[in-house]
Write a protein that binds this ligand. Structure first.
Ligand code: PGA
Ligand code: MG
Length: 222
């Protein structure tokens, strides 16, 4: 095991951009949603930079791009519902696990760490996606962006998990790909580990000064 895990008991993982490359499916759903409301559709690379603050903000960013101004409430609500329908219909068509994820999660689980998932994605998508990859049983608890009153970069979901598993933040680690994961981890008093391959609004994750940057989750178990 990596030295950074010494004395740790709880490891919280981000989902999109950390465990799964989900942007291809997210982009399809965003494009369908914008098409449904009669707006131009963005390419996948743009959608990649909009992921990270949950589905409402993803749709708001897409509409703002298409309209060149912030959307009104009614349009936001309609496009959001359309996105949720389209994404629910095919959350796993193009989505893939990043290399090393399956092996690393199994090894950490076998080593006795409590694994939890803290994503900003709506909660309803967590089980269908983790279930599709046969990873759901490895996670003790999962939280989505709409599970609690606040989502990352708030430390609230992290502190909630630590308390729920009776683990001090000093024995807890947050693993993620975006500045929201690192900010939430630091604010919660967790050790922070970053992956540089995910979605961070086009910004290098170094800027967030995580405790450790690794190129693959396998670096945690080797
Ligand atoms: O849905 C999002 O915006 C990002 O989700 P994540 O927190 O798993 O990266
Ligand atoms: Mg992420």
């Amino acid at each position: 095991m990596h030295a950074i895990l010494q004395g740790k008991r709880l490891i919280a993982f981000d989902l999109d951009g950390t465990l799964i490359d989900s942007v291809p499916d997210l982009a399809v759903a965003v494009r369908h949603a914008l098409d449904d409301v009669g707006l131009p559709v963005p390419g996948e690379e743009r959608v990649r930079d909009w992921v990270g603050n949950g589905a409402q903000v993803l749709i708001e960013r897409a509409l703002t791009w298409a309209l060149s101004v912030a959307p009104g409430q009614a349009l936001q609500a309609t496009a959001y519902e359309a996105f949720m329908c389209h994404y629910a219909a095919a959350p796993n068509a193009l989505t893939q696990l990043y290399p090393g994820v399956r092996t690393a999660l199994h090894d950490l689980y076998k080593a006795g760490y409590s694994l939890v998932l803290i994503t900003n994605k709506p909660e309803r998508f967590i089980a269908p996606i983790l279930g599709h990859f046969d990873l759901l049983p490895l996670f003790t608890h999962c939280l989505g962006g709409d599970s609690l009153a606040e989502k990352k970069p708030s430390p609230l979901p992290l502190l909630y998990m630590a308390q729920r598993l009776d683990t001090p933040p000093s024995a807890s680690v947050m693993v993620g790909d975006s500045r929201h994961d690192i900010a939430a981890g630091k604010a919660a008093g967790f050790t922070t580990v970053a992956l540089p391959y995910g979605y961070n609004h086009g910004e290098p994750i170094e800027h967030s000064q995580p405790d450790l940057i690794i190129s693959s989750l396998l670096a945690l178990t080797e």
